[in-house]
Design a protein around this ligand. Structure first.
Ligand SMILES: Cc1cc2nc3c(=O)[nH]c(=O)nc-3n(C[C@H](O)[C@H](O)[C@H](O)COP(=O)(O)OP(=O)(O)OC[C@H]3O[C@@H](n4cnc5c(N)ncnc54)[C@H](O)[C@@H]3O)c2cc1C
Length: 476
């Protein structure tokens, strides 16, 4: 027997539960389906647990540096990974249970536990049950990409999900992938006490960032003893009686790295391959993401896709914003759109990177006249006082409109301070609004107006000023 609803939501990530609440509150009969962990990636294997572990790693780092602050710690600093994991588990569990209880107690909302598959554009099967609705919202997220590298079948490997079970300090962690996930895990495990080697096939880390940002991050990580192998493509793995060997196609350095544990952090793939989308005739793009329009409608009327599975964002805040866009259009007569969103994200190495808008390189490529401002963290009192002068901040503005085009703050508090820039970008106000604002002393944010008062034309010469950032890193 098929049960009829007004709306079906597949997945309980960062969009689905909020949409369920809005639809149910509007009097609609809602079904929400979850196949595994309530709350999805962010809560269980992504943002929450990793940032909890980053905090433990920061505590270890600060404990080792305690003497610099005049604080004496008797004996060696050591890390009890079982307690690190227990702290992480407790925080994640609270979120997961919170989402589950919230949904199960929600009026007008039925929770189905199991894997959902379309049988047609209006019919979804969950185990032995079938449910139908005229509106279906897909919020199935993604998972770690496991590339078909020869020999992978002979070695144990970890992904961001299985890393959550680690309750010991690996002797030597090999991380394949020098982007966001790989760098966060790499630095935290180095601080926990592992030897860490990060293998990246490109010439620099996080290649979508500007070269000076990549260079400063490289110095931060190398300064903490992380081995980086750049321009090194992993072409095979072998099992050396318990040790893992990663064979590299590289120009310089040994062509094999051996370690005790292997983390694959080479990207994500959407959970769209086992959803019966062909039966619903929902179109995918060539990377396997669900194709959507600016208001997140798929090609099939009555089916929407939200969150990581639509390829329009890869973050918790973008998935939540997808919920806001769909709810505004359906319930509030407010035509919100994805294209209203300004790209913004953090990289949670320590110190963190806060990023908004275009990179300097992107501005340069699109050729519009621009101004750029820079300031090393060595010239930010708050950073110096905190004993963390690594990194730098920079901002690019349109020379004609005076609107801010993009910014990066790599440094202590960078993930928070970036928001004053983001908000002025949303206001479409000229940069002079921040330049003339009186910010609180001493903060990282107080130097944003100063930086904006020292803008220079964006030329090729300005680009080679990255050594400022390097100098600040060496001081740490
Ligand atoms: C290591 C790591 C760190 C991260 N850190 C950050 C960060 O600091 N900040 C940030 O903004 N983002 C971060 N992200 C990204 C963030 O986790 C995701 O962008 C976010 O979770 C949004 O996901 P979502 O809503 O699309 O779906 P998800 O959270 O992935 O949830 C999808 C849900 O759908 C369920 N599901 C899938 N298929 C089916 C099916 N067929 N039937 C039923 N249920 C199904 C899944 O079990 C899952 O619960 C991180 C990701 C990783 C991997």
């Amino acid at each position: 027997m098929t049960t009829r609803f007004d709306a079906i939501i597949i997945g309980t990530g960062q969009a689905g539960p909020f949409l369920a609440e809005r639809l149910a509150a509007a009097g609609q009969k809602v079904a929400i389906v979850e196949r595994k962990l309530f709350g999805g990636t962010c809560v269980n294997t992504g943002c929450t647990p990793t940032k909890t572990m980053v905090a433990s790693a920061h505590a270890a780092y600060m404990a080792r540096k305690a003497a610099d602050f005049g604080v004496t710690i008797a004996g060696d600093v050591s890390v009890d990974m079982r307690r690190v994991k227990a702290r992480k588990d407790a925080i994640s569990e609270t979120h997961k249970v919170g989402v589950e209880k919230w949904l199960k107690q929600m009026e007008n909302c039925a929770v189905y536990e199991g894997h959902a598959r379309f049988e047609s554009s209006r019919l979804v099967r969950v185990g032995s049950e079938t449910i139908t609705a005229d509106q279906i919202f897909i919020n199935v997220g993604g998972r770690a990409l496991v590339p078909p590298i020869p020999g992978l079948e002979h070695v144990p490997y970890l992904t961001n999900s299985s890393m959550m079970d680690i309750d010991f300090v690996p002797e030597h962690l090999i991380v394949v992938g020098g982007s966001y996930v790989g760098l966060e895990f790499g630095q935290m495990f180095r601080r926990f006490g592992s030897k860490v080697t990060i293998i990246e096939k490109g010439p620099r880390l996080i290649q979508r960032e500007d070269e000076d940002v990549s260079a400063a991050i490289q110095e931060i990580l190398e300064g903490e003893g992380i081995q980086l192998r750049l321009n090194a493509e992993c072409i095979g793995f072998s099992n050396h009686g318990g040790e893992i060997g990663a064979q590299l196609n590289c120009a310089g350095g040994p062509n094999e790295v051996t370690g005790t544990h292997l983390l694959l952090a080479v990207g994500r793939r959407p959970n769209t391959d086992d959803l019966g989308l062909d039966k619903a005739r929902v179109e995918l793009d060539k990377r396997g993401y669900i194709a959507v329009d600016d208001q997140l409608r798929t090609n099939v009327p009555g089916i929407w896709a939200l969150g990581d599975c639509n390829g329009r964002g890869a973050f918790t805040h973008t998935s939540f914003n997808d919920f806001e866009i769909v709810a505004a259009n359906l319930l509030d007569n407010d035509p919100r759109r994805v294209s209203d969103r300004i790209p913004a994200y953090g990289l949670y190495i320590d110190p963190p990177l806060g990023r908004v808008g275009l990179t300097e390189d992107e501005v340069r490529k699109n050729g519009r006249p621009a101004l750029v401002g820079r300031r090393p963290m060595t010239k930010v009192s708050r950073a110096v006082e905190k004993g963390e002068p690594r990194g730098f901040m920079k901002i690019v503005v349109d020379a004609n409109t005076r609107e801010i085009l993009g910014a990066a703050i790599l440094g202590v508090g960078g993930d928070e301070a970036i928001h004053s820039i983001l908000d002025v970008m949303y206001a479409k106000a000229p940069y002079t609004v921040i330049q003339r604002a009186v910010h609180i002393h001493p903060t990282v944010s107080e130097l944003i107006p100063t930086m904006l008062g020292e803008l220079q034309p964006l030329t090729d010469r300005a680009r080679v000023r990255a050594p400022e950032a390097a100098a600040s890193v060496q001081l740490a």
